[in-house]
Write a protein that binds this ligand. Structure first.
Ligand code: PMP
Length: 407
């Protein structure tokens, strides 16, 4: 197509005048290169999908009710899937019924719908930092005034947040929401301890801030003891649940290609998210919803989790052991108890973006930490995902990374 018409002739809305695509997706062009070992993606491992189990669920869904699979469905989600998801949430310690669940086309859509209901351009939103880049991008596109919240190795520093709110400038817009991934965070792998969760939910309620708990990784625990979701802990404080919005997803625990996520939100918010979804996609794919329901109801998830958790544990151990072996003085990192990510820092203030260029020449990749900051990035930080490379590959990948670091 010829491109003679300048961009500004279209009168794009302000957030789209100079849009930046996802910095991580930009890296994907290298992932398919022959021999590339990628510590970059947040994708589940392709060799761990339950291909057989999902084929059976798809077949059973279609055969048992082809019309339900082929027709439009309820905007809030298929009633039977909502029932299965409510049961799944019960296992996570959250009391809820099918009517409390809104099925979304991935949890990413859930956040987008929430922003449409709450954030007008110029409204203030809080986000942990470092943060999931697509959450930062969604806030930017919503025109939010983004204010970052400090984290340490255990996630949000709740005392620092309370002090930040106490010192909130008079006349500045009050924050409407706070986005966090409290369990096996993307990118840091950190998990917020129970006491901090309790303090955070009390703070959100007292300050009337919608606390957004994004939880796609919570069930990927391969070490340590489970910590209840913030939403489960909110039940201990009367009224606190009115200030929590929870997002779940089958993407990391079953398959992202299903595009099945869900939201649990206070009724006034959920109602508005459903109205927003009516103009977004009418409904999440009924074929995918029916498949997911058959998979969950047939016990596929429990079995699948058992098999992938063992693999993720050994992949994580292999990567960390190899990094400690090959680059003992060049890189510091956290050891997560689950999820997919290790947050690392290069010694001597080295720039991870520069190291990435040398790494790509050596056929190994990671994501530089700059992608996860709103304004002032920590240039020597990086995110390493252990989900995709098998143990032997992780070893070789760490060797190549160490070679990229030796300059
Ligand atoms: N939240 C976080 C923290 C994620 O890492 C991701 C996927 N990378 C998502 C949400 C989006 O998940 P989904 O596939 O359910 O839209």
């Amino acid at each position: 197509m010829c491109a003679e018409t300048p961009d500004d002739a279209y009168g794009f809305a302000a957030p789209f005048r100079a849009p930046q695509g996802s910095p991580i997706r930009e890296l994907f062009k290298y992932v398919g290169r022959p021999g590339m070992i990628s510590f970059a993606g947040g994708y589940p491992s392709k060799d761990l999908f339950d291909r057989e189990g999902l084929a059976k669920a798809l077949d059973a869904a279609y055969r048992s009710d082809p019309v339900a699979c082929l027709q439009y469905g309820d905007t809030a989600g298929a009633p039977l899937l909502r029932r299965s998801l409510a049961r799944l949430m019960g296992e996570r310690g959250v009391q809820c019924g099918p009517d409390d669940i809104v099925v979304t086309t991935g949890s990413q859509q859930g956040f987008d719908l929430l922003l449409r209901t709450l954030i007008a351009p110029g409204d203030t939103a809080l986000i942990e930092e470092p943060a999931y880049p697509a959450a930062i991008a969604a806030l930017r596109l919503a025109g939010a005034n983004i204010v970052t919240v400090r984290t340490d190795g255990d996630g949000i520093d709740v005392d620092a947040l309370a002090a930040q709110l106490d010192a909130w400038p008079a006349g500045a817009g009050r924050p409407k929401l706070l986005y966090t991934v409290p369990t096996f965070a993307n990118p840091t792998g950190a998990t917020l301890p129970r006491e901090r969760r309790e303090a955070l939910v009390r703070l959100a309620q007292a300050r009337r801030i919608v606390l957004v708990e994004d939880d796609p990784y919570g069930e990927l625990r391969f070490a340590g003891n489970p910590v209840p979701p913030i939403l489960a802990l909110a039940d201990a404080c009367p009224g606190a649940r009115d200030w929590v919005v929870y997002f779940g997803s089958l993407s990391k625990i079953v398959a992202p290609g299903l595009r099945i996520g869900w939201a649990i939100a206070p009724a006034p918010i959920a109602r508005r998210m459903i109205v927003a979804k009516q103009t977004s996609d009418l409904c999440t794919s009924p074929l995918a919803q029916e498949t997911a329901r058959h998979y969950l109801d047939g016990g596929g998830l429990e079995q699948h989790l058992r098999s992938i958790l063992g693999a993720y544990r050994s992949r994580c151990e292999a990567m960390l052991k190899a990094l400690a072996h090959f680059a003992p003085n060049d890189i510091e990192f956290s050891a997560p108890q689950g999820g997919m990510f290790v947050w690392a820092r290069l010694a001597g203030g080295r720039d991870a973006g520069e190291v990435l260029k040398r790494a790509i020449e050596r056929n190994v990749m990671f994501v530089p930490g700059t992608a996860f900051f709103v304004r002032e990035p920590d240039a020597s930080s990086l995110r390493l995902s252990f989900a995709a490379p098998g143990e032997a590959e992780a070893f070789e990948g760490a060797r190549r990374l160490a070679s990229a670091l030796s300059f």
